[in-house]
Write a new protein. Sequence first.
Length: 653
Amino acid sequence: MTVQDLPRIRLDDPFWNAYRQLIREVVIPYQWEALNDRVDAAEPSHALDNFRIAAGQRQGEHHGMVFQDSDVTKWLEAVAYQLAQAPDPALEATADEVIALIGAAQQPDGYLNTYFTVKAPAARWTNLAECHELYCAGHLIEAAVAYYQATGKTALLDIARRLTDHIDQVFGPGPGQLPGYPGHPEIELALMRLYEVTDEPRYLALCRYFIEQRGQQPHYYDAEYERRGRTFHWPSHGPAWMIKDKAYSQAHAPVLKQDKAVGHAVRLLYLYTGVAHLAQLTGDAEQATACRRIWDNLTQRQLYVTGGVGAQSHGESLTCDFDLPNDTAYAETCASVALVMFARRLLELSPEGRYADVLERALYNTVLAGMALDGRHFFYVNPLEVHPATLAGSHRYDHVHAVRQRWFGCACCPPNIARLLGALEDYVYLQREDSLYVHLYVGGDLDFIMAGQRWQLRQRSDYPWQGRIGFELDGAPQGGTFALALRLPDWCPTPTVRINGAPVDLAPLTRAGYCHLRREWQAGDRVELDLPMPAQRLRAHPQVRQLAGKVALQRGPLVYCLEQADNGADLHTLSLPPTATFQEFKGHAPLPQAVHLQAEGKRWEAPDHTAVQALYRQGPMPPQATPQRLTFIPYFAWANRGEGEMRVWVDER
Ligand SMILES: [Zn+2]
């Protein structure tokens, strides 16, 4: 693939334009300051300094995490997407300087990792289970691919290829090679991207090797643990816990034999994103089945209504089916970013609306919630219920914050949001044979070739606030036959379509979540999709004990929440009666353009119990309900008005 072959999409969408402007004008410059330790954060980054030290340009010690390098390369990847959208010579010059610095830190044999180069050069590749060298390589590769595609410059791609060629020599089944694979998957999905731009079959083969070696016996993590004298890097949960708990890094069984979504959520989702991409390019049906098996378990048994993944802080991991606590949820921002990436690859395997439904849920709720509306504060953990007074002094709530933070010692999430939102183009459309699928309702102009002609498709809407979406075809003077396949979201019970003003009977055209509008299209044809967005109550499967008797509100793709700023303290005493109806309104803080919801609710109190100051009391204690109007705001916009309580699931009574 060359730079010119990339799909040509220009996003132009009121909702996303604002975010993209924020990424360009605030987030990327802010993160540059953070990487240079010029942000007043509790834990400085040191990430660029580590490269300077590894390059011999500065004296000093390596600081920060063993994977600190990836903060820089993820920022570079986000920069690449900006440069792909519009030229920015100053930003490009800064990026080129960073790329030169990375090149200077690369070792003569291609090896590149500042932690080991500075701190433990003799210990390279001795602790794959815990030490992230292949993970960091993956992020460097992804940045290199994106930067090459955006600018046509090959400096970073050359660095990435030298590193990958080195890795390809170190790992494999041959004599003197290591039969290992990463503790933290990421390089798998990156190698697939590198293969796509270089057509180098060794990169595809290396990806396949890492995936097929995973979970084989005798176990590689145990073998390397013995070889290096039983040392371990992460003592937080006991000696060598990360090595012993193979499921934590999805290394407990070969990929084809894994039947449940387990372990560290981001590792799981990066791994299966790579597996799905490999399966799609090679046609490996067994790997495709394995991906769908994990997806089904994850999304039908372990997914938060906000598109969050990972029910516990311990190991940043999944727990078991139907275990979805609200207040101790982990739901790392990166996990939802990775879920979006996994969904994209599954859509490429088989375009089924259920993948895009989850993609949309994760994108519009947890991914967006990961960043403040000011672009300078971030959530790592995305709970569905917070009471600030409980956060201090309890390890149950480790890593949970009631307000977003400026930066993190482990800063994986902020640049992940920047790179995903910068590459939103990749998630909107899919062209397959004679069908053009529309996964997301994101406005913009698409150039595509179908039926031997060049077409333009213009998409316009006020999504996610309104569900009326207009499409207009242009170009293609001879016209041509193909299917425009529009996703019918799972949240919308009554979609309608008109073509050039005439209503379309959707039932015979709808399969797997898309309506397939197949006809001979002409320039000037117009399609109007109407997705009515009434506020709806969601109820959880009866086995989710944390959600019994509760409802969440959703309107369109957005999940809503109660905040203390609108509803007063003690949100747990509020309820939504089964008969309550919802009024929509705009103009409310913190997001005036948002559609907010109000309903007549109740507040439950027991004044006679409060009066006796007893924690428990015998006998009947009928609480009294007083009317209270409840105000719901979109979940992604919570915690933009200072510290306060929040909850997504509210008692229904
Ligand atoms: Zn993260």
